[in-house]
Ligand binder design. Structure first.
Ligand code: C2E
Ligand code: MG
Ligand code: MG
Ligand code: MG
Length: 287
């Protein structure tokens, strides 16, 4: 009854809100449809060794090709997927496709060099779901050619773990036992309690691009990054700087001792086919 009254109120007092609700419901069913109708695509963005330019890993980034609206970026639909729970099947799709791609690339690079790692973003609801571990295990078991260990990883933000730190920590530990590399994404922007860095099994800190942005001219950003590097060093974590767009930022980061970088300066997120060409080229350069 109360719900009814609530709905009536929307209708009477705020037509724009009603439009928003209708829009949301439309998006939700469109997204549900997208999962089963081949409208989703993973792009991959290289993470490079800044000194050599070598591609060390790639981050999988989701894109939605909406039949009418065209390309939709994740910030425009991941939050909705989170709220509605659609992130669970959506996330499973992402993990499965990213792992399959990692297995294919691993076969290409094969003996020619170290395996390319594929990193997958996880959101709050996914980490809070204990079944995630079983799903990942099943996906790994279904991979063709189990002769080598798959090089893959997950990225989570501090905020995503905040909802249930204990369950998140347990899930992450189990994922790590399955062989996943773990990165703390957007580091420095969440409500970080450094205390749980100690308890969580991370391998890598990703410095958020808000700090990268000013690194060349802003002493404060440099100080923050310096202290992040000291923290990472003390805890035995690797570091990646996100959002590197200019040579000046690259130089400033190198001077601070950051080795691995990701950003438009090196490469934008690309389709798997384009990444494959980049890998071929860098393998040829090795010959
Ligand atoms: P993120 O995980 O922090 O990913 C990095 C974002 O920064 C990507 O945006 C990437 O395109 C963008 N970026 C990379 N280099 C630069 C740069 O030099 N300058 C600027 N301005 N931006 C750069 P994208 O692809 O739009 O993804 C946004 C966010 O959506 C991601 O942030 C991640 O939180 C989320 N997301 C993307 N794919 C997935 C997914 O498959 N699952 C989940 N749960 N979340 C995802
Ligand atoms: Mg990420
Ligand atoms: Mg990030
Ligand atoms: Mg982000």
């Amino acid at each position: 009854r109360a719900k009814r009254a609530g709905r009536g109120q929307y209708a009477c007092f705020d037509p724009s809100l009603r439009e928003q609700v209708a829009e949301r419901i439309g998006m939700e069913s469109a997204l549900r449809h997208a999962i089963h109708h081949d409208e989703l695509q993973l792009y991959y963005q290289p993470i490079v060794s800044a000194a050599t330019g070598r591609i060390e890993s790639v981050e999988a980034l989701l894109r939605w090709h909406h039949p009418e609206r065209g390309l939709i970026m994740p910030d425009a639909f991941i939050p909705l997927a989170e709220e509605t729970g659609l992130i669970v099947p959506l996330g499973r799709w992402v993990i499965e496709h990213a792992c399959r791609q990692a297995a294919l690339w691993q076969r290409i690079t094969g003996s020619a060099g170290p395996a390319l790692q594929v990193s997958i973003n996880l959101s709050a609801r996914q980490i809070a779901q204990p079944r995630l571990v079983d799903e990942v295990r099943a996906i790994l078991q279904s991979m063709p050619g189990d002769d080598t260990r798959l090089h893959f990883g997950f990225e989570v933000t501090e905020t995503a773990m905040m909802h249930d730190p204990q369950v998140s920590a347990e899930t992450l530990s189990q994922l790590r036992r399955l062989g996943a590399h773990l990165s703390l994404d957007d580091f420095g922007t969440g409500y970080s309690s450094m205390a749980y860095l100690k308890h969580l099994p991370f391998d890598t800190l990703k410095i958020d691009r808000t700090f990268t942005r000013g690194v060349a001219e802003d002493g404060c950003d440099r100080s923050i990054i310096r202290s992040m590097l000291a923290l990472a060093d003390g805890l035995g974590l690797d570091v990646i700087a996100e959002g590197v767009e200019t040579r000046a930022q690259q130089q400033a980061l190198l001077a601070l001792g950051v080795q691995r970088m990701q950003g438009f300066l090196f490469a934008r997120p690309q389709s798997a086919a384009v990444i494959e060409r980049m890998l071929d080229d860098s393998l040829k350069a090795l010959d």
